[in-house]
Design a protein around this ligand. Structure first.
Ligand SMILES: [Zn+2]
Ligand SMILES: [Zn+2]
Length: 489
């Protein structure tokens, strides 16, 4: 069996990482790390309020108008130069402060997930008044990253350290691949390193990968007729979808083990007695290796063509998003781990503990204990099952990430339990753990040119000499309407 890309890159980098045992921190970094932690703490209540505001708005991909503006305004107010509407996306922005190199980027996300809502309660309590919820914690991701950027800016200014800190406002992470268009548009070309984080149910800064992913909406067009009175005159678009799904389900037996293929039927007709003239199925194809994703996706598209041929319908498809697999950078991850250990995890007060216990009782029995929220997980390379558009950034700039326990231990992403805890001080505390860790790691990058050089060398070694970034979305424009219901387009 072919080794996964993750294994290849982790092995290839082991030598680089072993060689990158770097000297003790310069005094400037030591002081700088204390300074940024103090800045994050001083703004803690304000950042928490920003996160809760974005939680309340719960805006979905490419519609994060207010959330994006809230973060932009906070940065502009602190003196950042803000470019809005970059790379053809109205809710994307780049905010910069400082001059010259190094240029250190910090990523922020702020989109919510449609169709899942929950109140700030430790038992299931949907919010019929909301169409979406922050089940992936991106409200914390956005506000926490802005907190880190503002702290770094304050320290750069007061210490007179040269360099540029840049906050990337990246919309539509959930299926809209906002970062892919920013990478494709060259917005990361002059950046030396990028920091990001993600809300989670544990504190960890281990190198982790993700699955490359390509998605598309397959649209079948048939002919309507009375399903009983004149069936011979109709051609069912839904038949096209069903035939395609059947073929793809057979195809599952003949793809590499780590492959994931999933779909939902987003349009399938309206009434059984009307042969549907339109049907649509939305597919994701994932594998750790972006090249394999491309080839498996082509086979899925061939199944769609065959289905249309056999059912007498017409098919066209639209690629919705395409993501690389995350490229770890151990040089930077080891630094982030050290900083995270210094910050420590999330310690609950009595009210938070009671809330967490109630949530914990709704999770699987083998969930980690509540106490683990206060711990930092050991450094250990991991492969992740999901996908993220951060991956595309990681192939063009050394990228370092971490997660913080913004959710009760054992909570899966995209769950009501994640929305609930993320809307409380548990989420806020986890967010500040991340903001401090990112800011401290940024201080090291600003004060240690050898660290930056080692990180860049590791990225170059992992991608190989012939690598040239070609996005999996091809030349399509950002799918600004991808969260609109079918038929609204
Ligand atoms: Zn998510
Ligand atoms: Zn997420």
């Amino acid at each position: 069996m072919r080794k996964s890309l993750v294994q290849d890159t982790l092995i290839a980098a082991a030598a680089v990482a072993a060689a990158a045992v770097l000297p003790l921190l310069p005094a400037a970094a030591q002081d700088g790390r204390d300074a940024v932690v103090a800045h994050v703490e001083a703004g803690g209540e304000r950042y928490a309020a920003m996160a809760q505001q974005i939680w309340d708005w719960a805006e979905v991909g490419y519609q994060e108008t207010r959330s994006s503006a809230l973060l932009r305004d906070a940065l502009a107010e602190a003196g950042f130069e803000v470019d809005e509407g970059v790379a053809g996306m109205p809710t994307a922005f780049v905010a910069s402060w400082g001059a010259g190199s190094p240029v250190i980027g910090i990523l922020a996300e702020y989109d919510a997930l449609p169709g899942i809502t929950q109140d700030r309660a430790p038992e299931r309590a949907p919010r019929p008044d909301m169409g979406a919820g922050h089940a992936c914690g991106h409200h914390l991701f956005g506000a926490g990253s802005v907190a880190a950027a503002l702290a770094v800016k304050a320290w750069l200014e007061e210490s007179g350290t040269p360099g540029t800190v840049r906050l990337y406002g990246t919309p539509a992470e959930e299926g809209g691949a906002g970062k892919v268009y920013m990478v494709r548009g060259g917005l990361f070309e002059d950046v030396d390193a990028v920091l990001h984080w993600h809300p989670g149910n544990a504190n960890e800064a281990s190198p982790s990968s993700s699955l490359a992913n390509k998605s598309a909406k397959f649209r079948f067009h048939g002919v309507s007729a009375h399903a009983a009175g004149a069936p011979e005159q109709g051609r069912s678009a839904l038949d096209g979808v069903e035939a395609m799904n059947h073929m793809v389900n057979l195809l599952r037996e003949h793809v590499p083990q780590e492959t994931r293929i999933h779909y939902v039927i987003t349009a399938g007709g309206h009434a059984p007695n009307v042969i549907p003239d339109f049907a649509e199925v939305f597919y994701y194809v994932r594998n750790p290796d972006p090249e394999l994703v491309k080839s498996i996706f082509e086979r899925v598209a061939r199944a769609a063509e065959g289905a249309a041929m056999g059912t007498g319908t017409r098919m066209e498809y639209e690629v919705v998003h395409g993501l690389f697999a995350m490229l770890p950078n151990e040089t930077l991850q080891r630094r982030a781990q050290k900083n995270l250990e210094r910050v420590g995890g999330v310690v609950y007060d009595d009210a938070e503990r009671a809330f967490a216990e109630a949530i914990h009782a709704t999770l699987q029995e083998d969930s980690p204990p509540l106490e683990s929220a206060a711990e930092v997980q050991p450094y250990m390379p991991r492969a992740a099952g999901g996908s993220t558009d951060v991956a595309d950034v990681s192939w063009v700039v050394p990228t370092v990430g971490m997660s913080a326990a913004t959710w009760v231990p054992g909570t899966p992403a995209h769950s009501w339990q994640a929305i609930a805890a993320g809307g409380t001080s548990i989420g806020e505390k986890g967010m500040l753990v991340a903001a401090k860790t990112l800011a401290m790691t940024a201080v090291e990058l600003f004060t240690d040119p050898d660290l930056v050089a080692a990180a860049i060398a590791e990225r170059l070694e992992r991608v190989g000499p012939d690598f040239e970034y070609v996005s999996l979305v091809g030349d399509r424009d950002p799918p600004l309407d991808y969260r609109n219901p079918p038929g609204a387009r």
